[in-house]
Ligand binder design. Structure first.
Ligand code: B12
Ligand code: SF4
Length: 449
Protein backbone atom coordinates (compact mmCIF):
# COMPACT_ATOMS: atom_id res chain seq x y z
CA UNK A 1 0.00 0.00 0.00
CA UNK A 2 1.15 3.55 -0.69
CA UNK A 3 -0.06 6.61 1.21
CA UNK A 4 0.23 10.23 0.04
CA UNK A 5 0.31 12.83 2.81
CA UNK A 6 -0.92 16.20 1.56
CA UNK A 7 -0.60 19.75 2.88
CA UNK A 8 -2.93 22.02 0.85
CA UNK A 9 -2.00 25.52 -0.19
CA UNK A 10 -4.26 28.20 1.28
CA UNK A 11 -3.88 30.73 -1.55
CA UNK A 12 -2.26 30.06 -4.91
CA UNK A 13 1.37 31.08 -5.21
CA UNK A 14 4.38 30.13 -3.13
CA UNK A 15 4.28 31.31 0.48
CA UNK A 16 7.55 32.53 1.96
CA UNK A 17 6.80 31.20 5.44
CA UNK A 18 6.23 27.49 4.81
CA UNK A 19 7.66 25.29 7.52
CA UNK A 20 7.81 21.53 7.71
CA UNK A 21 4.32 20.10 8.31
CA UNK A 22 5.05 18.38 11.62
CA UNK A 23 1.80 16.42 11.54
CA UNK A 24 3.18 14.23 8.75
CA UNK A 25 6.34 13.42 10.68
CA UNK A 26 4.01 12.12 13.37
CA UNK A 27 1.76 10.20 10.96
CA UNK A 28 4.83 8.72 9.28
CA UNK A 29 6.20 7.54 12.64
CA UNK A 30 2.83 5.90 13.37
CA UNK A 31 2.69 4.12 9.98
CA UNK A 32 4.03 0.56 9.75
CA UNK A 33 7.36 0.35 7.91
CA UNK A 34 5.95 -1.95 5.22
CA UNK A 35 3.76 0.86 3.92
CA UNK A 36 5.19 3.20 1.31
CA UNK A 37 4.57 6.89 1.89
CA UNK A 38 5.25 10.23 0.30
CA UNK A 39 4.55 13.88 1.02
CA UNK A 40 3.05 16.38 -1.40
CA UNK A 41 3.23 19.86 0.09
CA UNK A 42 1.21 21.99 -2.28
CA UNK A 43 2.78 25.19 -0.94
CA UNK A 44 6.01 24.22 -2.72
CA UNK A 45 5.05 21.72 -5.41
CA UNK A 46 2.19 20.71 -7.68
CA UNK A 47 0.24 17.65 -6.62
CA UNK A 48 0.72 14.86 -9.18
CA UNK A 49 -2.88 13.68 -9.00
CA UNK A 50 -2.34 10.92 -11.53
CA UNK A 51 0.56 9.25 -9.74
CA UNK A 52 -1.00 6.08 -8.30
CA UNK A 53 -1.54 5.93 -4.53
CA UNK A 54 -3.87 3.79 -2.41
CA UNK A 55 -4.79 6.27 0.31
CA UNK A 56 -4.61 10.04 0.64
CA UNK A 57 -4.30 11.77 4.03
CA UNK A 58 -4.92 15.53 3.96
CA UNK A 59 -4.40 17.98 6.81
CA UNK A 60 -6.74 20.98 6.97
CA UNK A 61 -7.14 24.11 9.03
CA UNK A 62 -10.06 26.46 8.47
CA UNK A 63 -8.09 28.67 6.10
CA UNK A 64 -7.09 25.89 3.71
CA UNK A 65 -10.20 23.73 4.15
CA UNK A 66 -11.66 24.81 0.83
CA UNK A 67 -8.53 23.69 -1.00
CA UNK A 68 -8.42 20.46 1.05
CA UNK A 69 -11.93 19.65 -0.18
CA UNK A 70 -10.94 20.37 -3.80
CA UNK A 71 -7.98 18.01 -3.45
CA UNK A 72 -10.17 15.36 -1.83
CA UNK A 73 -12.63 15.59 -4.70
CA UNK A 74 -9.88 15.24 -7.31
CA UNK A 75 -8.61 12.02 -5.71
CA UNK A 76 -12.05 10.57 -5.02
CA UNK A 77 -12.96 11.09 -8.67
CA UNK A 78 -9.96 8.89 -9.44
CA UNK A 79 -11.26 6.24 -7.01
CA UNK A 80 -8.64 6.92 -4.29
CA UNK A 81 -10.02 7.04 -0.72
CA UNK A 82 -9.33 10.26 1.22
CA UNK A 83 -8.94 10.84 4.97
CA UNK A 84 -9.14 14.39 6.33
CA UNK A 85 -7.75 15.46 9.71
CA UNK A 86 -6.58 18.55 11.58
CA UNK A 87 -8.22 21.58 13.17
CA UNK A 88 -10.98 22.11 10.64
CA UNK A 89 -12.28 18.53 10.31
CA UNK A 90 -12.11 18.27 14.11
CA UNK A 91 -14.12 21.47 14.63
CA UNK A 92 -16.50 20.94 11.66
CA UNK A 93 -16.75 17.15 11.44
CA UNK A 94 -20.09 17.10 9.68
CA UNK A 95 -19.02 19.45 6.90
CA UNK A 96 -15.66 17.70 6.45
CA UNK A 97 -17.35 14.30 6.40
CA UNK A 98 -19.23 15.33 3.27
CA UNK A 99 -15.94 15.79 1.41
CA UNK A 100 -14.00 12.69 2.44
CA UNK A 101 -14.28 8.94 2.83
CA UNK A 102 -13.19 9.30 6.41
CA UNK A 103 -12.30 11.98 8.93
CA UNK A 104 -10.21 12.02 12.07
CA UNK A 105 -11.42 14.19 14.95
CA UNK A 106 -8.60 15.30 17.25
CA UNK A 107 -5.23 13.63 17.74
CA UNK A 108 -3.67 11.21 15.29
CA UNK A 109 -1.65 9.32 17.88
CA UNK A 110 -4.47 7.00 18.92
CA UNK A 111 -6.50 7.06 15.67
CA UNK A 112 -4.10 6.87 12.74
CA UNK A 113 -2.88 3.26 13.38
CA UNK A 114 -6.52 2.12 13.18
CA UNK A 115 -7.14 4.20 10.02
CA UNK A 116 -4.18 2.49 8.32
CA UNK A 117 -5.24 -0.98 9.48
CA UNK A 118 -8.78 -0.39 8.19
CA UNK A 119 -7.53 1.09 4.90
CA UNK A 120 -5.43 -2.03 4.32
CA UNK A 121 -8.60 -4.09 4.71
CA UNK A 122 -10.47 -1.59 2.51
CA UNK A 123 -12.85 -1.05 5.42
CA UNK A 124 -12.39 2.62 6.36
CA UNK A 125 -14.84 3.93 8.94
CA UNK A 126 -16.57 7.26 8.30
CA UNK A 127 -15.16 8.85 11.45
CA UNK A 128 -12.37 8.18 13.96
CA UNK A 129 -12.55 10.13 17.21
CA UNK A 130 -9.51 10.58 19.42
CA UNK A 131 -9.64 9.85 23.13
CA UNK A 132 -6.84 12.44 23.56
CA UNK A 133 -5.12 9.89 25.75
CA UNK A 134 -1.85 9.25 23.89
CA UNK A 135 0.64 12.03 23.25
CA UNK A 136 4.31 12.36 22.56
CA UNK A 137 5.39 8.73 22.70
CA UNK A 138 6.92 8.44 19.22
CA UNK A 139 9.88 10.26 17.80
CA UNK A 140 8.62 12.21 14.74
CA UNK A 141 9.95 10.75 11.47
CA UNK A 142 11.20 13.75 9.48
CA UNK A 143 12.66 11.72 6.62
CA UNK A 144 9.78 12.89 4.40
CA UNK A 145 11.04 16.46 4.68
CA UNK A 146 14.47 15.82 3.13
CA UNK A 147 14.95 17.73 -0.10
CA UNK A 148 11.78 19.76 0.36
CA UNK A 149 13.77 22.91 1.02
CA UNK A 150 11.82 24.05 4.08
CA UNK A 151 13.00 27.02 6.10
CA UNK A 152 15.66 25.96 8.61
CA UNK A 153 13.17 26.51 11.44
CA UNK A 154 12.30 23.19 13.02
CA UNK A 155 8.96 22.67 14.75
CA UNK A 156 9.15 20.98 18.15
CA UNK A 157 6.17 19.97 20.25
CA UNK A 158 6.36 20.21 24.01
CA UNK A 159 2.75 20.61 25.08
CA UNK A 160 -0.79 20.71 23.64
CA UNK A 161 -3.66 22.91 24.72
CA UNK A 162 -3.81 26.01 26.87
CA UNK A 163 -4.71 26.85 30.45
CA UNK A 164 -6.84 29.80 29.34
CA UNK A 165 -10.08 29.85 27.37
CA UNK A 166 -10.24 32.94 25.18
CA UNK A 167 -13.53 33.36 23.35
CA UNK A 168 -12.07 33.55 19.83
CA UNK A 169 -9.47 30.81 20.13
CA UNK A 170 -9.43 27.54 18.21
CA UNK A 171 -7.02 25.92 20.65
CA UNK A 172 -9.53 25.63 23.46
CA UNK A 173 -12.17 24.49 20.99
CA UNK A 174 -9.84 21.77 19.68
CA UNK A 175 -8.35 20.77 23.05
CA UNK A 176 -10.97 21.54 25.72
CA UNK A 177 -9.32 19.34 28.35
CA UNK A 178 -6.29 20.07 30.51
CA UNK A 179 -2.95 20.79 28.86
CA UNK A 180 -0.90 17.74 28.02
CA UNK A 181 2.86 17.60 28.15
CA UNK A 182 5.23 15.42 26.17
CA UNK A 183 7.76 13.59 28.36
CA UNK A 184 10.75 15.93 28.65
CA UNK A 185 13.20 13.22 27.61
CA UNK A 186 11.26 12.75 24.36
CA UNK A 187 11.32 16.48 23.64
CA UNK A 188 15.08 16.55 24.15
CA UNK A 189 15.59 13.45 22.02
CA UNK A 190 13.72 15.20 19.21
CA UNK A 191 15.85 18.33 19.63
CA UNK A 192 19.08 16.35 19.65
CA UNK A 193 18.07 14.77 16.36
CA UNK A 194 17.93 18.26 14.80
CA UNK A 195 21.26 19.93 15.40
CA UNK A 196 22.13 23.42 14.19
CA UNK A 197 18.66 24.72 13.47
CA UNK A 198 16.38 27.34 15.00
CA UNK A 199 13.66 25.62 16.99
CA UNK A 200 10.10 26.85 17.09
CA UNK A 201 7.95 25.35 19.82
CA UNK A 202 4.45 24.70 18.49
CA UNK A 203 2.99 25.00 22.01
CA UNK A 204 0.27 27.62 22.08
CA UNK A 205 1.40 28.52 25.55
CA UNK A 206 4.93 27.51 26.48
CA UNK A 207 4.11 28.49 30.05
CA UNK A 208 1.94 25.56 31.14
CA UNK A 209 3.16 25.91 34.70
CA UNK A 210 6.27 27.39 36.20
CA UNK A 211 7.87 24.15 37.37
CA UNK A 212 7.64 22.42 34.00
CA UNK A 213 8.78 25.56 32.21
CA UNK A 214 11.85 25.78 34.40
CA UNK A 215 12.55 22.09 33.83
CA UNK A 216 12.52 22.49 30.06
CA UNK A 217 14.63 25.68 30.27
CA UNK A 218 17.21 23.84 32.34
CA UNK A 219 17.50 21.14 29.65
CA UNK A 220 17.61 23.66 26.80
CA UNK A 221 20.36 25.67 28.48
CA UNK A 222 22.58 22.60 28.42
CA UNK A 223 22.08 22.08 24.70
CA UNK A 224 23.03 25.52 23.43
CA UNK A 225 20.14 25.81 20.99
CA UNK A 226 18.33 28.86 19.64
CA UNK A 227 14.61 28.86 19.88
CA UNK A 228 11.34 30.80 19.79
CA UNK A 229 8.01 30.13 21.45
CA UNK A 230 4.51 31.45 22.05
CA UNK A 231 3.88 32.38 25.65
CA UNK A 232 1.18 34.00 27.76
CA UNK A 233 2.07 37.46 29.06
CA UNK A 234 1.63 36.44 32.69
CA UNK A 235 5.17 35.05 32.53
CA UNK A 236 6.30 38.65 33.01
CA UNK A 237 5.33 38.28 36.67
CA UNK A 238 8.40 36.06 36.90
CA UNK A 239 11.30 38.12 35.53
CA UNK A 240 13.81 35.59 36.83
CA UNK A 241 12.24 32.98 34.52
CA UNK A 242 12.56 35.35 31.57
CA UNK A 243 16.26 35.70 32.37
CA UNK A 244 16.42 31.91 32.45
CA UNK A 245 14.74 31.78 29.05
CA UNK A 246 17.41 34.08 27.63
CA UNK A 247 20.18 31.92 29.09
CA UNK A 248 18.51 28.86 27.60
CA UNK A 249 18.74 30.33 24.07
CA UNK A 250 15.38 32.03 23.63
CA UNK A 251 15.59 34.45 20.70
CA UNK A 252 12.00 35.62 20.41
CA UNK A 253 8.58 35.16 21.97
CA UNK A 254 5.16 35.56 20.41
CA UNK A 255 2.63 37.15 22.75
CA UNK A 256 -1.08 37.56 22.01
CA UNK A 257 -1.64 41.10 23.33
CA UNK A 258 -4.89 41.19 21.31
CA UNK A 259 -6.15 44.61 22.45
CA UNK A 260 -5.09 47.75 24.28
CA UNK A 261 -8.63 48.15 25.59
CA UNK A 262 -9.53 46.51 28.90
CA UNK A 263 -13.20 46.18 27.98
CA UNK A 264 -12.25 44.21 24.88
CA UNK A 265 -9.96 41.96 26.92
CA UNK A 266 -12.84 41.38 29.32
CA UNK A 267 -15.18 40.48 26.46
CA UNK A 268 -12.72 38.04 24.93
CA UNK A 269 -12.16 36.30 28.28
CA UNK A 270 -8.63 37.63 28.50
CA UNK A 271 -8.91 40.11 31.34
CA UNK A 272 -6.00 38.35 33.04
CA UNK A 273 -3.90 40.03 30.33
CA UNK A 274 -4.80 43.54 31.47
CA UNK A 275 -1.37 44.60 32.65
CA UNK A 276 1.27 47.10 31.74
CA UNK A 277 2.20 45.86 28.24
CA UNK A 278 5.06 48.32 28.03
CA UNK A 279 6.67 46.82 31.12
CA UNK A 280 6.10 43.26 29.88
CA UNK A 281 7.86 44.00 26.59
CA UNK A 282 10.68 45.85 28.35
CA UNK A 283 11.31 42.82 30.58
CA UNK A 284 11.91 40.67 27.49
CA UNK A 285 13.98 43.34 25.75
CA UNK A 286 16.12 43.79 28.85
CA UNK A 287 17.01 40.14 28.49
CA UNK A 288 17.74 40.43 24.77
CA UNK A 289 14.58 38.57 23.71
CA UNK A 290 12.65 39.96 20.73
CA UNK A 291 8.85 40.27 21.04
CA UNK A 292 6.42 39.36 18.27
CA UNK A 293 3.04 40.85 19.23
CA UNK A 294 -0.29 39.72 17.86
CA UNK A 295 -3.39 41.89 17.94
CA UNK A 296 -7.03 41.28 17.12
CA UNK A 297 -8.93 44.31 15.90
CA UNK A 298 -12.72 44.57 15.83
CA UNK A 299 -13.95 43.56 19.28
CA UNK A 300 -16.96 45.55 20.38
CA UNK A 301 -15.16 48.46 22.07
CA UNK A 302 -12.93 49.24 19.08
CA UNK A 303 -13.67 52.43 17.16
CA UNK A 304 -11.73 53.63 14.07
CA UNK A 305 -9.27 55.24 16.52
CA UNK A 306 -7.93 51.76 17.29
CA UNK A 307 -5.72 51.63 14.20
CA UNK A 308 -3.61 54.70 14.99
CA UNK A 309 -3.37 53.82 18.67
CA UNK A 310 -2.27 50.23 18.02
CA UNK A 311 0.28 51.27 15.41
CA UNK A 312 1.79 53.82 17.76
CA UNK A 313 2.03 51.23 20.52
CA UNK A 314 3.66 48.61 18.27
CA UNK A 315 6.20 51.10 16.93
CA UNK A 316 6.99 52.73 20.25
CA UNK A 317 7.62 49.37 21.83
CA UNK A 318 9.74 48.27 18.90
CA UNK A 319 8.07 44.96 18.29
CA UNK A 320 10.14 42.49 16.29
CA UNK A 321 7.08 41.48 14.23
CA UNK A 322 3.35 42.02 14.65
CA UNK A 323 0.08 40.65 13.35
CA UNK A 324 -2.96 42.90 13.17
CA UNK A 325 -5.79 40.57 12.28
CA UNK A 326 -9.39 41.62 11.82
CA UNK A 327 -11.34 39.52 14.30
CA UNK A 328 -12.24 36.27 12.53
CA UNK A 329 -14.87 33.96 13.96
CA UNK A 330 -13.53 30.46 13.32
CA UNK A 331 -16.08 27.66 13.51
CA UNK A 332 -16.33 25.75 16.77
CA UNK A 333 -15.33 28.72 18.94
CA UNK A 334 -17.62 30.48 21.46
CA UNK A 335 -17.07 33.69 19.44
CA UNK A 336 -18.52 32.10 16.33
CA UNK A 337 -21.58 30.95 18.26
CA UNK A 338 -22.06 34.38 19.86
CA UNK A 339 -21.82 36.35 16.63
CA UNK A 340 -24.10 33.87 14.89
CA UNK A 341 -26.71 34.10 17.66
CA UNK A 342 -26.48 37.91 17.52
CA UNK A 343 -27.13 37.76 13.76
CA UNK A 344 -23.82 39.51 13.02
CA UNK A 345 -22.14 37.02 10.68
CA UNK A 346 -21.92 38.35 7.14
CA UNK A 347 -21.20 34.83 5.83
CA UNK A 348 -22.02 31.68 7.81
CA UNK A 349 -19.25 29.72 6.15
CA UNK A 350 -16.75 32.35 5.01
CA UNK A 351 -14.02 29.70 4.63
CA UNK A 352 -15.98 28.14 1.74
CA UNK A 353 -17.58 31.26 0.35
CA UNK A 354 -16.16 32.39 -3.01
CA UNK A 355 -16.88 36.02 -2.11
CA UNK A 356 -14.51 35.93 0.89
CA UNK A 357 -11.06 37.38 0.33
CA UNK A 358 -8.02 37.24 2.63
CA UNK A 359 -8.13 40.26 4.94
CA UNK A 360 -11.92 40.68 4.71
CA UNK A 361 -14.06 41.22 7.77
CA UNK A 362 -16.77 38.54 7.96
CA UNK A 363 -19.02 39.97 10.67
CA UNK A 364 -20.67 43.26 11.56
CA UNK A 365 -18.40 45.14 14.00
CA UNK A 366 -20.11 47.18 16.73
CA UNK A 367 -18.52 50.60 16.16
CA UNK A 368 -17.35 50.70 12.55
CA UNK A 369 -18.29 49.14 9.25
CA UNK A 370 -16.90 45.80 8.07
CA UNK A 371 -15.12 47.65 5.24
CA UNK A 372 -13.53 50.10 7.68
CA UNK A 373 -12.25 47.23 9.80
CA UNK A 374 -10.73 45.37 6.84
CA UNK A 375 -9.17 48.49 5.31
CA UNK A 376 -7.93 49.73 8.70
CA UNK A 377 -6.17 46.42 9.44
CA UNK A 378 -4.52 46.38 6.03
CA UNK A 379 -3.38 49.98 6.51
CA UNK A 380 -2.01 49.11 9.93
CA UNK A 381 -0.12 46.10 8.56
CA UNK A 382 1.31 48.14 5.71
CA UNK A 383 2.43 50.94 8.01
CA UNK A 384 4.05 48.61 10.54
CA UNK A 385 5.86 46.74 7.77
CA UNK A 386 6.95 49.79 5.76
CA UNK A 387 10.67 49.97 5.05
CA UNK A 388 10.94 53.08 7.19
CA UNK A 389 9.28 51.48 10.18
CA UNK A 390 11.22 48.23 9.86
CA UNK A 391 14.36 50.30 10.25
CA UNK A 392 12.85 52.49 12.99
CA UNK A 393 11.89 49.46 15.09
CA UNK A 394 15.30 47.86 14.76
CA UNK A 395 17.56 49.70 17.20
CA UNK A 396 15.24 49.28 20.15
CA UNK A 397 16.55 45.88 21.07
CA UNK A 398 19.24 45.41 23.58
CA UNK A 399 21.11 42.83 21.59
CA UNK A 400 23.62 40.75 23.45
CA UNK A 401 26.19 38.15 22.46
CA UNK A 402 24.05 36.71 19.67
CA UNK A 403 23.50 40.16 18.13
CA UNK A 404 24.40 39.22 14.59
CA UNK A 405 22.11 36.23 14.59
CA UNK A 406 19.20 38.26 15.97
CA UNK A 407 19.82 41.10 13.55
CA UNK A 408 19.81 38.65 10.63
CA UNK A 409 16.63 37.02 11.85
CA UNK A 410 15.01 40.42 12.36
CA UNK A 411 15.71 41.46 8.78
CA UNK A 412 14.79 38.12 7.20
CA UNK A 413 11.55 37.74 9.17
CA UNK A 414 10.45 41.30 8.44
CA UNK A 415 11.14 40.93 4.74
CA UNK A 416 9.09 37.71 4.59
CA UNK A 417 6.32 39.24 6.67
CA UNK A 418 6.07 42.28 4.40
CA UNK A 419 6.05 40.15 1.28
CA UNK A 420 3.39 37.77 2.66
CA UNK A 421 1.14 40.63 3.68
CA UNK A 422 1.01 41.99 0.13
CA UNK A 423 0.85 38.53 -1.44
CA UNK A 424 -2.19 37.40 0.55
CA UNK A 425 -4.29 40.55 0.88
CA UNK A 426 -7.47 40.44 -1.18
CA UNK A 427 -6.85 36.92 -2.51
CA UNK A 428 -9.45 34.16 -2.60
CA UNK A 429 -8.98 31.01 -0.53
CA UNK A 430 -8.82 27.68 -2.32
CA UNK A 431 -5.33 28.25 -3.52
CA UNK A 432 -4.07 25.42 -5.62
CA UNK A 433 -0.61 25.10 -7.01
CA UNK A 434 2.32 27.31 -6.36
CA UNK A 435 3.32 29.84 -8.98
CA UNK A 436 3.34 28.62 -12.59
CA UNK A 437 5.53 25.64 -13.39
CA UNK A 438 9.16 26.36 -12.74
CA UNK A 439 12.13 24.06 -12.92
CA UNK A 440 12.42 24.38 -9.15
CA UNK A 441 8.87 23.16 -8.68
CA UNK A 442 9.20 20.28 -11.15
CA UNK A 443 12.27 19.08 -9.28
CA UNK A 444 10.40 19.03 -6.00
CA UNK A 445 7.54 17.06 -7.50
CA UNK A 446 10.02 14.54 -8.82
CA UNK A 447 11.52 13.97 -5.36
CA UNK A 448 8.29 12.57 -4.08
CA UNK A 449 7.11 9.83 -6.41
C1 B12 B 1 3.53 26.73 13.40
C2 B12 B 1 2.19 27.27 12.99
C3 B12 B 1 2.13 28.06 11.82
C4 B12 B 1 3.32 28.31 10.89
C5 B12 B 1 3.34 27.36 9.70
C6 B12 B 1 3.49 25.92 10.08
C7 B12 B 1 3.85 25.07 8.89
N1 B12 B 1 3.87 23.81 9.04
O1 B12 B 1 4.15 25.57 7.83
C8 B12 B 1 2.96 29.72 10.38
C9 B12 B 1 3.45 30.71 11.42
C10 B12 B 1 3.53 30.13 9.02
C11 B12 B 1 1.45 29.64 10.43
C12 B12 B 1 0.62 30.32 9.56
C13 B12 B 1 -0.74 30.37 9.74
N2 B12 B 1 -1.46 29.81 10.74
CO1 B12 B 1 -0.72 28.57 12.03
N3 B12 B 1 -0.14 27.50 13.48
C14 B12 B 1 1.02 27.01 13.76
C15 B12 B 1 0.92 26.24 15.09
C16 B12 B 1 1.42 27.13 16.23
C17 B12 B 1 1.65 24.90 15.16
C18 B12 B 1 1.31 23.92 14.02
C19 B12 B 1 1.83 22.54 14.35
O2 B12 B 1 2.78 22.08 13.77
N4 B12 B 1 1.22 21.87 15.35
C20 B12 B 1 1.63 20.54 15.80
C21 B12 B 1 0.93 19.46 14.94
C22 B12 B 1 1.42 18.09 15.31
O3 B12 B 1 -0.46 19.57 15.25
P1 B12 B 1 -1.60 19.47 14.15
O4 B12 B 1 -1.12 19.95 12.85
O5 B12 B 1 -2.85 20.01 14.71
O6 B12 B 1 -1.76 17.88 13.97
C23 B12 B 1 -2.30 17.02 14.99
C24 B12 B 1 -3.81 16.79 14.86
O7 B12 B 1 -4.51 17.94 14.46
C25 B12 B 1 -3.92 15.68 13.85
N5 B12 B 1 -3.97 15.97 12.42
C26 B12 B 1 -3.71 17.10 11.75
N6 B12 B 1 -3.86 16.91 10.44
C27 B12 B 1 -4.19 15.63 10.24
C28 B12 B 1 -4.43 14.92 9.07
C29 B12 B 1 -4.76 13.56 9.17
C30 B12 B 1 -5.03 12.80 7.94
C31 B12 B 1 -4.85 12.94 10.46
C32 B12 B 1 -5.18 11.51 10.56
C33 B12 B 1 -4.60 13.68 11.62
C34 B12 B 1 -4.27 15.00 11.50
O8 B12 B 1 -2.74 14.92 14.07
C35 B12 B 1 -1.67 15.68 14.66
C36 B12 B 1 -1.14 14.91 15.85
O9 B12 B 1 -2.14 14.57 16.75
C37 B12 B 1 -0.63 26.01 15.18
C38 B12 B 1 -1.19 25.84 16.57
C39 B12 B 1 -1.11 24.37 17.02
N7 B12 B 1 -1.00 24.16 18.28
O10 B12 B 1 -1.14 23.43 16.25
C40 B12 B 1 -1.17 27.25 14.46
C41 B12 B 1 -2.51 27.18 13.76
C42 B12 B 1 -2.67 25.86 13.06
N8 B12 B 1 -2.42 28.25 12.76
C43 B12 B 1 -3.53 28.89 12.60
C44 B12 B 1 -3.71 29.98 11.68
C45 B12 B 1 -5.04 30.72 11.77
C46 B12 B 1 -2.71 30.34 10.77
C47 B12 B 1 -2.82 31.45 9.72
C48 B12 B 1 -4.10 31.47 8.93
C49 B12 B 1 -2.54 32.77 10.50
C50 B12 B 1 -2.76 34.03 9.75
N9 B12 B 1 -3.77 34.79 10.15
O11 B12 B 1 -2.07 34.31 8.80
C51 B12 B 1 -1.57 31.20 8.82
C52 B12 B 1 -1.81 30.48 7.50
C53 B12 B 1 -2.19 29.01 7.64
C54 B12 B 1 -2.31 28.27 6.32
N10 B12 B 1 -3.28 27.45 6.15
O12 B12 B 1 -1.51 28.46 5.42
C55 B12 B 1 -4.62 28.38 13.51
C56 B12 B 1 -5.66 27.56 12.76
C57 B12 B 1 -7.05 27.74 13.36
C58 B12 B 1 -8.09 27.05 12.58
N11 B12 B 1 -9.29 27.00 13.12
O13 B12 B 1 -7.90 26.60 11.49
C59 B12 B 1 -3.78 27.62 14.60
C60 B12 B 1 -4.48 26.44 15.24
C61 B12 B 1 -3.36 28.66 15.66
C62 B12 B 1 -4.46 29.15 16.57
N12 B12 B 1 -4.10 29.56 17.76
O14 B12 B 1 -5.62 29.23 16.28
N13 B12 B 1 1.05 28.75 11.38
S1 SF4 C 1 -4.02 32.32 25.82
FE1 SF4 C 1 -3.69 32.13 23.61
S2 SF4 C 1 -3.71 29.91 23.15
FE2 SF4 C 1 -4.56 30.22 25.21
S3 SF4 C 1 -6.79 30.23 24.89
FE3 SF4 C 1 -6.05 32.39 24.88
S4 SF4 C 1 -5.60 32.86 22.72
FE4 SF4 C 1 -5.80 30.62 22.90
Amino acid sequence: MKIAFIKPNMISGTPGDSMEPLVFAILSALTPARIERCLYDERIQKIPFDTPVDLVAVTADTFNAKRAYQIAQAYRQRGVPVVLGGFHPSLCPQEAGEHADSIVVGDAEDTWPQVVADAEKQALQKRYVSSYGVFGQQQPDRSLFHDKGYASIRLIEHNRGCRFACEFCSIRAMYPGPMRRKPLAHVMRDIEATPGTHLFFTDDNFHADLASLKAVLHELAQRKVRWSCQISADIAKHPETIALMARAGCISVTIGFESLDRNNLEQMGKSWMADDYKRIIATFHDNGIMVYGTFIIGYDYDTPAVFERTLEFALQNRLFLANFNPLIPTPGTPLYQRLQSEGRLLFDDWWLNDAYRWGDCVFQPARMSAQELAAGCFGLRKAFNSGRNIIARFPGLKFRHTDVYKAGLYVAANVVSRRELHRKQGRALGGGSPAPESGHERNRAAVCT
